[in-house]
Design a protein around this ligand. Structure first.
Ligand SMILES: NC(=O)c1ccc[n+]([C@@H]2O[C@H](COP(=O)([O-])OP(=O)(O)OC[C@H]3O[C@@H](n4cnc5c(N)ncnc54)[C@H](OP(=O)(O)O)[C@@H]3O)[C@@H](O)[C@H]2O)c1
Length: 352
């Protein structure tokens, strides 16, 4: 029997997740929550540009909670812990790219209680936070002894992220430098990325005295730059760099960093991705050292990324592919540390 899955929100991640559920041999799409009134009652197939699927989207949260389903892929623009707790209490496992990657005790407690009440599991995953910031550094550290440093770093052109609300309101592109530097953005991002750093510290066994230091830098446009939120005018934020370092004494032992640029041509300071271009990097210093570059999660062109960004698809697919493992896990919040190896599935034309 297939696992019955509900998709919660149909932005970029949600739409890709629906495609992934439809292709996954162990999953069945049975419901869909939407925020937008314009999508209420519409067939989910139509929402993703396909033939009707016979599953209708709804804005009715109570109706979704009352549905019979095994799991919810929860991908709204911002997390709502009360909604997640209600989904868990209704007896549905939750996989999400919006948080709970490795929550601290205070944040975890109410959701642990909801998991226990519903007899289900909550799992946070994605590419960053998610794979790049914690899973991959930890995974590659297994090929080294005496680890002194791990790093996960993103170098992305944000002109390809076609989520204007996230780009404008969460990432603060187009704001003044002063607005961006004084916005809640660093706190919001740190909510996820500090969990990544703590997971690396704990799993690798670094001293619990490590201090977490944060860097935030912005670059502004020198001329108007076309972007998913319209032109970014000269003097407005067009690139940002965030870094979370765990430091023991004077040594950085864990670094997570993101370099988000609206192109490389009209920026002050004149930041670039360097000759290697867009990429994700994983580094482990130990015996031996290890250096990994991941390509493919960034599109070939801005136009292709705006149409379908592979990083967003990858985020959705790790959520989708996690569902069978999360449904089989013990009730509670589960992290990469607790789950077995998560794998994708063969193309439907090549599968059993
Ligand atoms: N961990 C990772 O690696 C990773 C990677 C990418 C994204 N993310 C996160 O995943 C989430 C979804 O990203 P996305 O790219 O899919 O964003 P998106 O394209 O902007 O979609 C967000 C969706 O949220 C719903 N929504 C809008 N306003 C809302 C509100 N006020 N309350 C509740 N829901 C609302 C809408 O759903 P409907 O259209 O159905 O109405 C919207 O389409 C974001 O939080 C993003 O930061 C994480």
């Amino acid at each position: 029997m297939a696992l019955r899955v509900i998709q919660w929100a149909t932005g970029g991640v949600g739409q890709a997740a629906i495609e992934g559920i439809l292709r996954h041999p162990e999953l069945e799409l049975v419901g869909c929550w939407v925020h937008s009134a314009a999508k209420d009652g519409r067939d989910v197939g139509e929402l993703i540009g396909r033939a009707p699927l016979g599953v209708r989207a709804t804005t009715d949260t109570a109706a979704v909670l009352a549905m019979d389903a095994d799991a919810v892929i929860y991908a709204p623009i911002v997390p709502n812990a009360d909604d997640v707790a209600a989904i868990l209490r209704s007896g549905k496992n939750v996989v999400t790219p919006v948080g709970w990657f490795y929550p601290g005790a205070t944040e975890a407690e109410p959701l642990e209680a909801a998991c226990r009440a519903g007899g289900v599991t909550l799992h946070g995953t994605g590419i960053n936070p998610g794979g790049i910031a914690e899973l991959h550094p930890l995974m590659f550290s297994a090929w080294s002894s005496a680890v002194t440093y791990v790093r996960g770093e993103e170098f992305s052109d944000i002109r390809t992220y076609n989520s204007p609300d996230v780009v404008r309101w969460i990432m603060c592109f187009g704001a003044t430098a002063d607005e961006a530097m004084h916005s809640p953005m660093l706190k919001v991002l740190s909510g996820g990325f500090v969990q990544s750093v703590r997971m690396c510290l704990d799993v690798l066994g670094f001293s619990t005295d490590a201090e977490i230091r944060t860097v935030q830098e912005v670059a502004v446009a020198t001329a108007a730059i076309d972007s998913p939120i319209g032109p970014i005018e000269p003097g407005r934020v067009a690139a940002q760099r965030f870094q979370w370092d765990a430091v023991i004494g004077d040594r950085v032992v864990v670094r997570v960093a993101v370099n988000w640029l609206m192109g490389e041509e009209q920026l002050d300071p004149p930041w670039t991705f360097g000759p290697e271009g867009e990429r994700f990097e994983i580094e482990v210093k130990g015996d031996p050292d290890c250096f990994v570059t991941i390509r493919g999660w960034q599109p070939q062109t801005v136009k292709a990324g705006v149409a379908r960004n592979p990083g967003i698809v990858a985020t959705a697919m790790h959520c989708v592919n996690s569902v069978p493992y999360v449904c089989a896990a013990e009730p509670g919040i589960t992290t990469y540390v607790d789950l077995p190896l998560i794998a994708g599935r063969a193309h439907p034309d090549l599968g059993r």
